[in-house]
Design a protein around this ligand. Sequence first.
Ligand code: XMP
Ligand code: MG
Length: 184
Amino acid sequence: MDATDMGQDLKSILVDEAELDQRLTEMAAEIDRDYVGREILLVGVLRGAIMVMADLSRKIHTPLKMDWMAVSSYGSGTKSSGVVRILKDLDNDVHGKHVLIVEDIIDSGLTLSWLRKNLESRGAASVQIATMLRKPEAAKVEVDVAYVGFEIPNEFVVGYGLDYAENYRHLPFVGTLAPHVYGG
Ligand code: XMP
Ligand code: MG
């Protein structure tokens, strides 16, 4: 899928393909520097993180394994409440592992803050976070994120794994939608 397929539904491109690729290369290099001599367990948060997981992992040289979790934040509509339910748990024990959580976007930060505590409580040797995007709201919650791709404005975004009503996940860039898409 590309911008042409979006027609009038695309408002703007916030982060294009080349920018994503360039930043992921830099993040992978930082990760390689930080994890020398350790094996990483990349934990992708389904489903939004699939693109970041696929592209970031292929740029990392450090030995790693991958696992996946799916979580849902209870709460009304688009606001996350911080009360998290595990929809799909990890397939492997994280005890003694160096866990690096891979996320598409951090908004309130509540989901990740919960997830980090959860994985730490299972005895992970370390738990760090890598996210492609971060919204300004995240600054309000104390969640230390080691690797951030891009700081973006407080707007709803789609593409590169992120959806609106399950659409647009396969856009290769991060963009915003025209108001009419939301019925506005
Ligand atoms: P927190 O707990 O950090 O939740 O508020 C982050 C989760 O919220 C979703 N989210 C978005 N999804 N476009 C999306 O498609 C957005 O602009 C957006 N902002 C937040 C997403 O599921 C993320 O994991
Ligand atoms: Mg979503």
